[in-house]
Design a protein around this ligand. Structure first.
Ligand SMILES: *[C@@H]1O[C@H](CO)[C@@H](O)[C@H](O)[C@H]1NC(C)=O
Ligand SMILES: *[C@@H]1O[C@H](CO)[C@@H](O)[C@H](O)[C@H]1NC(C)=O
Ligand SMILES: *[C@@H]1O[C@H](CO)[C@@H](O)[C@H](O)[C@H]1NC(C)=O
Length: 408
């Protein structure tokens, strides 16, 4: 098997076929499902390279800026990127999707419709997140404020997980999203194979209960709720991956110390039947601002391998690295450092994937299109830059596409 893979790989490399593989592996109109440690698409294991583009709905809300979505997704497919992670929320504020509990801005919804329709046309699968931990784009804070304005006695953002009215608001949002009928494709979101999975929240945390039990209870309630409305799609948490009391050793050896009060538990939060795969993120630069680059890269390796090991042996589910990147804002930053982070991350994912293991892909944070200065920051990547990092991204797409599409 390995030999055939290598021969196929070389043949493709020689043919200089840049886009074919990744795109081919995701282009079908079938649902991604899960079997044991692997994702399955069209009866074959699905390993894919991907990216975050949280701004898709925002830019597609105005028909005059929709072309940015098209450009970004088109260029992504040229680099073999076939999983896009994006926000299925924007609670309150300018260009809100949900303007008040249960009230939606039809133009913003058509923006999300458009992003999904374009992804479908281009053969990209999507991971869509229901709410934010942070107050960007509304998030938990907006939900709690809404409840407060309706007379609920809520005091902190962490009441999000326990206040009955807030929980009802969240469920209503989930229901509205999954039942939405796309105005471009005429397909309900819950029946749309372009959507690979939902995520309950972007980076859930609950400082009010560092034990992780409050968050686990919330996931135990919300995950089956999502499944009761939509049995076709996969579901994950959106977690950063910090360890809690169910893995004391890793909590002590792998967590940044500050993460021990965040109320998350990578194992307990994912060891729930309705959660189909595990999610985690990797940001050693923000977790360890004061260590040297070598120590950071050693840590990155341990962090990635530690989670892959747990997905394989304890959770027995696939695993997606939902966010990673190398910020230009880290003191002493060089392009070679960014390349090294991408190389190391991709190599570890690939090593697991090519053995049929749980690591299915890594989604870099974050993709923007040409001229999108309003979303440019230390982590943004423009594919037309023709940088060495962009080449590394393209290579990983080819390698992963070969495993799923051809190798087995
Ligand atoms: C999540 O939200 C809390 C406030 O509710 C905030 O303190 C925390 O910083 C947020 N998480 C991250 C990773 O910033
Ligand atoms: C990244 O990997 C590529 C391909 O294997 C290699 O050519 C390049 O030198 C690596 N870059 C760094 C900074 O490690
Ligand atoms: C992407 O594609 C469009 C047209 O296909 C092009 O004009 C644009 O500059 C490309 N690059 C990016 C990063 O958007």
């Amino acid at each position: 098997m390995k030999c055939l893979c290598l021969i196929a790989f070389l043949a493709i490399m020689t043919a200089q076929s840049y886009s074919d593989l990744g795109v081919e592996s995701a282009s079908s109109d079938a649902f991604v499902s899960r079997k044991g440690l692997q994702f399955i698409l069209n009866g074959k294991p699905f390993y894919a390279n991907g990216f975050n583009a949280y701004w898709l709905t925002y830019e597609a809300t105005d028909p005059a800026t929709r072309f940015k979505v098209t450009f970004a997704l088109q260029n992504a497919t040229i680099h073999g990127l076939t999983i896009a992670r994006t926000w299925g929320f924007h609670d309150g504020g300018y260009r809100a999707l949900q303007t008040a509990p249960g009230s939606y801005n039809e133009l913003a919804f058509q923006g999300l419709d458009f992003a999904i329709a374009e992804a479908k046309r281009l053969g990209i699968k999507m991971i869509i997140t229901f709410v934010n931990n942070y107050s960007d784009f509304g998030g938990r804070k907006q939900y709690v404020d809404w409840a407060k304005s309706k007379g609920q006695s809520v005091t902190s953002e962490d009441d999000f997980y326990t206040n009955p009215l807030v929980k009802q608001f969240y469920k209503n949002h989930v229901k509205t999203i999954v039942n939405r009928v796309n105005t471009f494709t005429k397909v309900a979101y819950k029946d749309e194979p372009t959507i690979m999975a939902w995520e309950l929240m972007n980076e859930p945390q609950c400082k009010a209960d560092p034990s992780g039990k409050t968050l686990t209870a919330w996931i135990r309630e919300m995950a089956p709720y999502v499944k009761s409305l939509d049995s076709k799609h996969l579901l994950s948490t959106g977690l950063e991956g910090f360890y809690g009391d169910s893995s004391p050793k890793k909590k002590a050896s792998l967590n940044p110390v500050a993460a021990n009060v965040l109320g998350t538990d990578f194992i307990a939060n994912h060891n729930i039947d309705a959660i189909d795969f595990a999610s985690f993120h990797a940001y050693p630069d923000s977790w360890f601002p004061n260590i040297d680059e070598k120590s950071r890269s050693d840590y990155l390796r341990k962090w990635l391998e530690g989670h892959i090991e747990d997905a394989q042996n304890i959770l027995k589910k696939p695993l997606i690295l939902g966010e990673f990147g190398k910020p230009t804002t880290t003191p002493g930053y060089t392009q070679a450092q960014r390349d090294a982070v991408f190389n190391a991350t991709f190599d570890i994912i690939y090593a697991s994937a090519q053995k049929g293991g749980p690591a299915a892909g890594a989604l870099f944070w974050h993709l923007i299109s040409d001229g999108m200065n309003n979303f440019k920051d230390g982590l943004s990547i423009v594919l037309s830059d023709k940088s060495s990092t962009v080449n590394i991204i393209g290579q990983q797409s080819r390698k992963l596409g070969l495993i799923g599409g051809k190798g087995k």
